[in-house]
Design a protein around this ligand. Structure first.
Ligand code: 13P
Ligand code: SF4
Length: 366
């Protein structure tokens, strides 16, 4: 069914609403280590040859000779720093396939963050993901290579907005997509990701649920459940740019092409797709179905990462890059490890309340 009601920042303008503050991280006082030599040498070639095998179909040799010295330096320094690298599916192939220890969608990264043994986590993704890792690992050092890596969804909603919605709908449970700040997570009943949004909403056994902040994911959930959904006017700046016309044009050009889309896309896009799922569910679908020609309606790097693994799947690649995900590079990962920056911190009282919402989601049985 369609979503019941939708609210946005303008609805609370008279209630003293302020926009979300910029995301924060702090530099470390640790003495910087000297930068290793970053040249293409026979030693670098030998140490990274097995990694180049994983990405050779998507990274040309002329680019690899620049990347490989960073890859070697990062992998060596990671051990010295007792650090583990968590990378989202939207990270570029040299990060995703060559330096990451754990990869996945938002749900997988949240779950894996609870099992990390190393003392330091380097989050290759965006700020809300690093905050989630910190919430789940309060005693570990969590670093993000560039703290400006935000998210249009996370910045669309504040903790005050959630409190105002609760005042307007007393007793109605609130679900927040993990693409939100720690302050928002602290105010809600439970979190969800695009992997489990329908399951989380139904687990509440309530006739009406406030679902924040992605209006398109809310519409997708509403189409899959009988629960009445009250939504927020947030959107992912990457996925909202796709259109149903664009998808129909791909199909007209090649009726045999398969099209899979992320649920952060508008409904007309999802209606034109063969499959809808989170980034991890999309990857699983490709591994299982092994289509000949495929369009992945999501962030560009994911198609490159899948193509590196399955080179015989021909990707028709409409490129919508996430400017926030792309702030993370080999150079700033190395710098992050060298100088232990930028450290992500969450107020302990906020973290305690946010942890309840995130762990309640993680503890839901499949
Ligand atoms: P998932 O990887 O959980 O599907 O999320 C997509 C996304 O846009 C994360 O920012
Ligand atoms: Fe946020 Fe969209 Fe970028 Fe994901 S892809 S981080 S939802 S802006």
């Amino acid at each position: 069914m369609p979503i019941a009601e939708i609210f946005g920042p303008d609805d609370f303008a008279n209630a003293g609403r302020a926009p979300a503050p910029p995301v924060r991280a702090q530099a470390s006082a640790t003495a910087p280590l000297p930068l290793p030599a970053l040249e293409w040498t026979s030693d670098v070639e030998r140490a990274t040859a097995h990694l180049y095998e994983r990405v050779k179909t998507v990274i040309p040799p002329v680019e690899w000779v620049i990347m490989a010295p960073y890859v070697k330096a990062i992998n060596e320094l990671k051990e010295k720093r007792d650090a583990v690298i968590l990378a989202h599916n939207y990270q570029t192939p040299e990060i995703f396939h060559c330096v990451a220890d754990i990869t996945g969608d938002s749900l997988q990264l949240s779950i894996e963050a609870t099992k990390v043994k190393a003392s330091t986590i380097i989050q290759c993704g965006v700020h809300f993901m690093a905050e989630t890792s910190k919430i789940l690992n309060p005693d570990k050092t969590v670093l993000i290579p560039d703290s400006r890596a935000g998210c249009s969804l996370a910045s669309s909603l504040t903790a005050a907005d959630v409190r105002l919605l609760r005042e307007r709908f007393p007793g109605v449970p609130v679900v927040a997509y993990v693409n939100t700040s720690a302050e928002v997570k602290a105010e809600v009943d439970i979190c969800c990701t695009s992997s489990n949004a329908v399951q989380v909403v139904e687990s509440l056994n309530a006739p009406t649920v406030i679902f924040l902040p992605d209006q398109y994911l809310a519409k997708y959930v509403a189409s899959k459940t009988k629960v009445k959904i009250i939504a927020w006017k947030g959107a992912c700046e990457v996925h909202e740019r796709f259109t149903g016309d664009e998808l129909r044009a791909y199909r007209e050009a090649d009726p045999s092409v398969q099209i899979i889309a992320h649920p952060e896309c508008p409904p007309d896009v999802l209606a034109a797709a063969d499959f809808t799922g989170s980034t991890a569910h999309m990857i699983d679908w490709v591994r299982k179905k092994h289509p000949k020609r495929l369009v992945m309606i999501t962030e560009c790097s994911m198609a490159a990462n899948v193509r590196a693994e399955l080179p015989d799947v021909e990707m028709v690649q409409p490129c919508n890059l996430c400017p926030h995900m792309k702030r993370i590079t080999l150079a700033n990962i190395l710098e992050s490890l060298l100088n232990l920056r930028e450290e992500v911190t969450v107020d302990p009282l906020i973290a305690q309340r946010a942890r309840r919402s995130v762990t309640r989601m993680i503890n839901l049985k499949n």
